[in-house]
Design a protein around this ligand. Structure first.
Ligand code: GLA
Length: 724
């Protein structure tokens, strides 16, 4: 036999600027050969692995001395063979054996990208090509297909995996990751987005070390504490320098995103459904499809990574009917009234909102059932006519007559024990038959894997949307899943529940947006507890955090905006002192930070002075003029002298740039210098409104704009530049 490590087939998957090269070794194993910037000329990787020195004390493979699978870069490692590292796939057969040995069978190519039934995934366009690498374990009659698409124009790869049982015996999948890549190096920094409720998605950098590292969720939602994302970056990577490889999962449930550095300084990067408490029965002739992972390679730092993710999600993942529709200026009554409102107070707020220029009145929690606090009525999506002073239809009509569109808060996945729905269907909740299920915020979770629950929600929400002129839904989810158990599958299949919950949720969302194609949905989960690419496929925006303080929002929006489009980050100007952390910031700073995302207002306008109302009116008028660039311009983070204390970013279209800068704490007797810009076309000229000067792009990038001396803490400044 030839050297089993010789590459006998090489596949170069390329986009305009990136390349993913896989190969088949003489042994038949599919291996990872290269993931990085596109190589200028076609390189042969034939001997990449034969050139590798042997590691010691590893098992031999296929009876070949020194053929050590464990040190080789495998594309989809399994369990029970000589690679004793972390598998990407674990499958048990009817005897209980988990030994799996996948070898490459054949390749199929498509000029497009197949949809993943039941799951959200990016759409294909003419620029997309797909390679399906079909692997087989003949003894198990198991076929595993890695479906990899390359979007040439967006410079994005995506991968999902299809497992097919081609035999007559049942198999059980115990894990099936969406993406696995083995690097022959450990010289990376890992980047994750981590945090908590009210401080979601902060960037977290850690140098890789030997062993496990990464993030995961077992909460039944992607969660506030971590995002389904992991990146490996060259040491010293910044927003503008350094190579980064990012992987994001298009999924909203339990996930794992991890890097394992083995004893020979190799790194295995994996992302997928969390194998914890997961299993899936794969009956004869059935298939299982994993969620999609999106893979972006940037050569020049996080701004490039961010631009590619944002543009790709905007163009190919978000609903095309709404992705590029200008988002309305929202007024949300939550922090203005909480549960304490009536028709009169809502209309008074709406009138003020109209007066300042808001466009969409969103009625938050408390409009239905008997809900005057958070202890009752979830599930009873029937308007409280007493509180609304008549029907919801009549209220909406009056709000529409004021010249405002209307949006409504719902929390469909939940039920209060004190609700008619629960009294009618106590068995619809997530619970087992022995334990008293846990309450959080006085609510249970509905079992979204049940088709009767899905039908009830589709029917109820469709009726609300059909009978009323509701153009916007805020879809909330205010607790995580405990007591994970479902009555819909037999005992040995309980590991399917949490994934089935997600499939149920996606099917309800899909049914609603299919019927109501213009409906804007704002996702929410106690703030950013489910801000992920799965929800983004249905939502025009997602409430970024329950923390509305402008300064606290800076790192939250920095991390969230690394991947997700700026227009999808809901951000509201709220009252001072801030309701969550008591900080006082100026209206200007609150607005500048909120305009980094999708601007709204969430405060009691009736308590503001005439001067404050006039200021908001001016803000909104100017926002409308700049809306196209603020919502759809490319978001670029700018270098500052004091990271963490100074924050600067710009939004850019072909003809305009808006530069914003915030200083958190002012320092005595420091001399503010200039704000340098990045990412401008080299020979362009710009006219800046505030200084009334014309600048060359290279001057702006090398020397910068003059910065004002802060007049106090939380100082902000904006420059507007037009291309001349
Ligand atoms: C969650 C949301 C808030 C608000 C409340 C209503 O906490 O994040 O914005 O909608 O629920 O109960």
């Amino acid at each position: 036999m030839d050297n089993p490590r010789t590459i006998v087939q090489q596949f170069d998957l390329v986009t305009t600027r990136s390349q993913m090269t896989l190969g088949v070794m003489a042994s038949g194993h599919l291996v990872c050969l290269y993931l990085g910037p596109r190589l200028a000329s076609r390189a042969s990787f034939k001997n990449l692995l034969t050139d590798l020195n042997h590691a010691s004390y590893l098992a031999d493979t296929d009876g070949v001395h020194n053929f050590r699978l464990e040190q080789l870069p495998l594309a989809y490692p399994t369990f029970g063979n000589p690679d004793l590292r972390e598998p990407a796939l674990v499958v048990a057969d009817e005897t209980g054996s988990r030994i799996t040995d996948l070898r490459f069978d054949h390749l199929e190519t498509y000029p497009h990208k197949p949809a993943i039934t039941g799951l959200p995934s990016a759409r294909w366009d003419e620029q997309t090509r797909t390679w399906a690498f079909v692997l087989k374990d003949e003894r198990l009659h198991l076929q595993v297909t890695l479906v990899i698409s390359a979007d040439e124009d967006h410079d994005v790869f995506s991968q999902h995996v299809i497992c097919t049982n081609q035999g007559s015996h049942g198999l059980t999948i115990e894990r099936a990751f969406s993406f696995n890549w083995d690097f022959l190096s450990d010289q990376y920094q890992m980047l994750n987005l981590t945090g908590a409720w009210s401080r979601e998605n902060h960037l977290q950098w850690t140098p890789l070390k030997q062993g496990f590292q990464g993030v995961d969720s077992k909460r039944g939602a992607s969660g506030h504490g971590q995002n389904p994302f992991i990146a490996l970056a060259a040491p010293g990577t910044t927003w503008d320098h350094g190579q980064v490889i990012g992987v994001n999962l298009v999924y909203s449930g339990n996930f794992i995103a991890q890097a394992n550095v083995d004893m020979h300084q190799n790194t295995r990067l994996q992302i997928g459904i969390n194998p914890f408490n997961f299993s899936w029965q794969l009956n004869a002739h059935r298939t299982f499809k994993t969620p999609e992972a999106t893979i972006v390679i940037a050569e020049h730092g996080l701004n490039e990574l961010s631009a590619r993710y944002q543009r790709f999600y905007q163009d190919n993942l978000m609903r095309s009917a709404i992705a590029k529709t200008p988002r309305p200026v929202v007024i949300n009554n939550w922090e203005a009234t909480y549960f304490n409102f009536n028709k009169q107070s809502l209309l008074t707020l709406a009138k003020k909102a109209k007066q300042v220029g808001a466009e969409m009145f969103v009625l938050d929690d408390g409009w239905f059932g008997q809900r005057n606090n958070d202890t009752s009525s979830l599930g009873d999506w029937i308007p409280n006519t007493k509180k609304l002073g008549g029907s919801l239809t009549a209220l909406i009509k009056e709000i529409n007559q004021l010249g405002l569109h209307f949006g409504l808060w719902v929390e469909p996945e939940m039920v209060s024990p004190n609700s008619d729905l629960y009294r009618r269907h106590p068995n619809w909740i997530v619970a087992d038959e022995k334990h008293q299920p846990q309450l959080t915020r006085s609510q249970y979770v509905l079992d979204m894997s049940r088709s009767d629950v899905q039908d009830y929600l589709i029917d109820t929400l469709d009726t609300l949307l059909t009978e009323n002129n509701i153009e916007y839904l805020k879809w909330d989810m205010n607790r995580n899943i405990t007591d994970a158990y479902t009555q819909t599958v037999p005992p040995r299949r309980q590991g399917e529940f949490e994934h089935r919950y997600m499939l149920g949720l996606y099917s309800v969302l899909k049914a609603l947006v299919t019927k109501h194609s213009r409906l804007l949905i704002e996702g929410c989960a106690g703030g950013g507890g489910r801000f992920d690419a799965g929800m983004l496929a249905y939502c025009s925006a997602i409430w970024t955090s329950d923390d509305t303080d402008a300064i606290a929002r800076l790192p939250i929006q920095e991390g969230t905006g690394l991947l997700y489009p700026a227009a999808a980050m809901s951000a509201h100007v709220s009252a001072v002192p801030n309701e969550q952390i008591g900080r006082k910031t100026s209206l200007t700073t609150r607005r500048i930070v909120a305009e980094q995302g999708c601007l709204g207002y969430e405060l009691d306008l009736t308590k503001l002075t005439a001067a404050e109302l006039a200021a908001i009116q001016t803000q909104i008028a100017s926002y409308k003029k700049l809306r196209r660039i603020l919502q759809f311009g490319q978001l670029i983070r700018l270098p500052v002298a004091e990271p963490g204390n100074q924050w600067a970013w710009l939004k850019k279209t072909a003809d305009q740039i808006i530069v914003d800068r915030v200083t958190v704490l002012v320092q005595p007797n420091t001399v503010e210098k200039r704000q340098r810009l990045t990412g401008l076309p080299p020979n362009a000229l710009y006219f800046e409104q505030q200084t009334q000067r014309t600048y060359a792009a290279d001057f702006l990038m090398q020397v910068g704009l003059p910065v004002d001396r802060p007049t106090g803490d939380f100082f902000s400044q904006r420059w507007i530049l037009s291309r001349v």
